[in-house]
Design a protein around this ligand. Structure first.
Ligand SMILES: Cc1ncc(COP(=O)(O)O)c(C=O)c1O
Length: 406
């Protein structure tokens, strides 16, 4: 059986591999018409007035914070149980991330926000964790009351809905990610969407100053779906050949890492912030055309997991279930056992309140003990894949194995 993975190029289908192969030989990888095409279809499909494409969610958030003139001595509220890719742009501006604990939905607990607001607070970032919308209305009311900007982090929630409109339509400004294991993937990619008309010009001014990434960086991303799907995943356990190819490709920088070592220590590498290059826009556009099918599939697989395994997360038609979280007491053991069946469930979103687990919490301005629920959940969380390459048969196999382990 081909290796099943939650995070190694999960969304890629044959047409994506073919597109990437062609793109390797295209001369103009940086500028081109796919950028405008992708921005246009994205903007019109979600009903935004203004969008700006970038090379990652990280870049998008940094540009938003700069445009909002967030700087040293300012504070930005975020939820605990997040990714260092959210915290590092805040640190880059010189501002301080202030953590609020989560509730049972893995999203920020609105009842705990106000006690963290000070004179220095400038903005609240809400994350719709794993595609399950946060309690936007309550949080928006808090922002209005205290005159704070609301930034929606839609990295996990492309086309998720809250009260009949898309996540991303409620904040002053929002951002999306098209990273390798997100709702759609161009390996690296992001989008800013602006709702507050007063911010159009500020965001545009900050964006105008940006460069494109260099060709070498872009090629690294184009190779990702090709190497993963033609060599690494099919050969993963064949005398460990796939594993070895992956390791060598990362070491030789033939492929990129999702998070580089500097980022664990609170430093954004210099290829952020950048604009989205044409080749990646082409790949993202191809995926975007398939997003409704991807998300219906995710919802069906999530429904199946819920029916078979239960768990505290309710299934509803508004969420998009990038992944399906379960709370278990022996996640470490389960992950190890699944490897024996050639199923890789390790995706970096466990063990720490700021992931990946190698992240230095001190550098993130996080003190152990400050968000108890997030710390507890991160220890007990097991995350199941829902992506388009998880067939019903694979999901059944995952459930069957899991039932024997919990
Ligand atoms: C919740 C969340 N927000 C933001 C990001 C940043 O997105 P990107 O990887 O495109 O920089 C990520 C992923 O890394 C994420 O998981």
């Amino acid at each position: 059986m081909k290796t099943v993975s939650i995070s190694l190029s999960p969304n890629t289908e044959k047409d994506d591999v073919c597109l990437a192969l062609k793109e390797l030989f295209v001369k103009e990888k940086i500028k081109g018409k796919s950028i405008n095409e992708f921005e246009k279809i994205f903007k019109e499909s979600l009903g935004f007035e203004k969008v700006f494409s970038l090379n990652s969610g990280r870049s998008s958030l940094l540009i938003i914070l700069k445009a909002l003139e967030i700087e040293k001595n300012d504070e930005v509220i975020v939820q605990a149980l997040t990714c260092n890719a959210v915290i590092n742009p805040i640190l880059k501006t010189g501002a301080t991330p202030i953590y609020v604990d989560i509730d049972d939905t893995l999203n920020i607990d609105p009842t705990l926000i106000e006690e963290k607001i000070t004179k220095r607070t400038k903005a609240i970032i809400i994350q719709h964790t794993f595609g399950m919308p946060a309690k936007i209305e309550e949080i928006k009311n808090i922002c209005n009351k205290h005159n704070l900007y609301l930034i929606e982090d839609c990295a996990h929630s492309l086309l998720a809905k809250y009260k009949n409109d898309y996540c991303g339509k409620f904040g002053d400004v929002s951002f999306f990610s098209f990273g390798r294991d997100k709702i759609i993937s161009s390996v690296y990619g992001g989008m800013i969407a602006v709702n507050n008309k007063n911010l159009y010009q500020q965001i545009e001014n900050a964006y105008e100053k940006l460069d494109y990434p260099d060709k070498k960086w872009v090629k690294k991303q184009i190779r990702h779906p090709i190497l993963m799907n033609l060599f690494i995943l099919p050969l993963y356990n064949f005398f460990n050949l796939g594993k070895i190819i992956l390791e060598l490709s990362l070491r030789s920088e033939t492929l990129s890492k999702a998070v580089c070592s500097l980022e664990y220590e609170g430093i954004l590498p210099d290829y952020f912030p950048r604009r989205m290059p044409n080749s990646l826009a082409k790949m993202a556009l191809n995926q975007f055309k398939k997003v409704e099918r991807f998300n219906s599939h995710r919802r069906e697989i999530a429904k199946y997991y819920k029916k078979e395994l239960g768990g505290v997360f309710e299934i509803n038609e508004n969420a998009v279930y990038l992944k399906f979280p379960l709370i278990v007491n022996n996640s470490e053991y389960i992950l190890k056992e699944f490897k024996k069946y050639n199923i890789l469930l390790e995706d970096g979103w466990t063990k720490k309140v700021i992931v990946p687990p190698k992240t230095n919490l001190k550098k993130m301005n996080y003190t152990l003990g400050e968000s108890k629920k997030a710390e507890e959940m991160s220890q007990k969380m097991l995350i199941l894949p829902t992506h388009i390459n998880i067939s019903k048969e694979i999901a059944e196999r995952i459930v069957y194995i899991l039932k024997s382990l919990i």
